[in-house]
Design a protein around this ligand. Structure first.
Ligand SMILES: N[C@@H](CCC(=O)N[C@@H](CS)C(=O)NCC(=O)O)C(=O)O
Length: 126
């Protein structure tokens, strides 16, 4: 990144599978040190501070979230990854570690989560 005056900020929840997409993309593009990363644990005081900070800028807060340009807030992991990949001149589809995670563990965890929800729903109406 060549801009000196503004450092993008990413807000990442610990153990969030969507946030891990952004963490991996930042590492794989080599941009991790050029971004302010605000990590927090669910239920922490830091989370409350971050939610209060984001609240005026976002209709619905979800994580990951990022301020990519001054006043420009985004909360879709794919959009955040695309922003940093473009700066690094990379295509997310060609980023090996990122692709391995998204197509592998991430995809499997989404599938398991969906199945778990369906099983819980079926069990509660049985
Ligand atoms: N479509 C979003 C989904 C992100 C998402 O569902 N994140 C969860 C955390 S794992 C979330 O923010 N849940 C609501 C909350 O924590 O307030 C993305 O890909 O960024």
């Amino acid at each position: 990144m060549t801009r000196k005056t503004f450092k993008p900020v990413v807000y990442l929840k610990e153990n969030c599978p969507f946030c891990l997409k952004v963490r991996i993309a930042l590492l794989e593009t080599g941009l991790a040190l050029q971004v302010d990363t605000r990590d927090f644990a669910a239920g922490s005081d830091e989370e409350q501070k971050i939610r209060a900070e984001l609240q005026p800028h976002m209709e619905k807060i979800s994580f990951p979230a990022a301020q990519l340009e001054p006043g420009g807030y985004v909360s879709e992991s794919d959009d955040i990854v695309a922003f940093f990949a473009a700066i690094a001149g990379r295509d997310p589809k060609e980023m090996t570690v990122y692709r391995n995670y998204v197509d592998g563990v991430f995809s499997m965890s989404m599938q398991l989560w969906k199945e778990n929800m369906e099983l819980k729903k079926a069990a509660s109406s049985a």
